[in-house]
Design a protein around this ligand. Structure first.
Ligand code: ZN
Length: 158
């Protein structure tokens, strides 16, 4: 990775960490879950509105965490809108693979429904692979979304 690219990624993470997108609790949310990363102290609540067709219509979050977890949650909510549950799972696998240095797996996940634009957006977080303690910060919001989609905390806000 070039220095320029690393600086750009850093800038995006700081921007999303300071001004997170979709930091709110939508009234229409019908799937929610909490995530907790005691290693770092990150806590996140995710809110999804999933339509009868299985498409994620809205994604938002609230919580407190480090810049990485906040930026990851912010980027995640931007990525999830319009996706199916299956695509959300594929994106999570792709992000996890990027964060642990298994890019080729991330590319195979692309074939499973994740678009190249989505992968580019998430790739700004790939630098955490050099900081193993921070991988959980990046994956936490996604794990909360997977829990919400699996129905673990289904209908909390209904
Ligand atoms: Zn963290």
């Amino acid at each position: 990775m070039s220095d320029d690219l690393r600086d750009l990624y850093q800038e995006v993470i700081l921007d999303h960490g300071r001004r997170p997108r979709n930091f709110r609790h939508p009234e229409a949310a019908n799937r929610t879950a909490k995530g907790d990363n005691p290693l770092c102290g990150d806590r996140v609540s995710v809110y999804l509105e999933v339509g009868p067709d299985g498409i994620i219509r809205d994604a938002a979050f609230e919580g407190r965490g480090c810049a990485i977890s906040t930026a990851s949650a912010s980027l995640m909510t931007e990525t999830l809108k319009g996706k199916t549950e299956e695509e959300a799972r594929a994106l999570f696998r792709a992000l996890r693979d990027m964060c642990t240095g298994h890019e080729s797996d991330a590319e195979s996940a692309a074939a499973g429904g994740a678009g190249e634009d989505d992968l580019d957006r998430l790739r700004v977080l790939s630098g955490v692979r050099n900081f193993p303690m921070r991988v959980k910060c990046a994956t936490l919001p996604w794990q909360a979304v997977l829990a919400a989609l699996a129905g673990d905390a289904k209908a909390t806000t209904e």
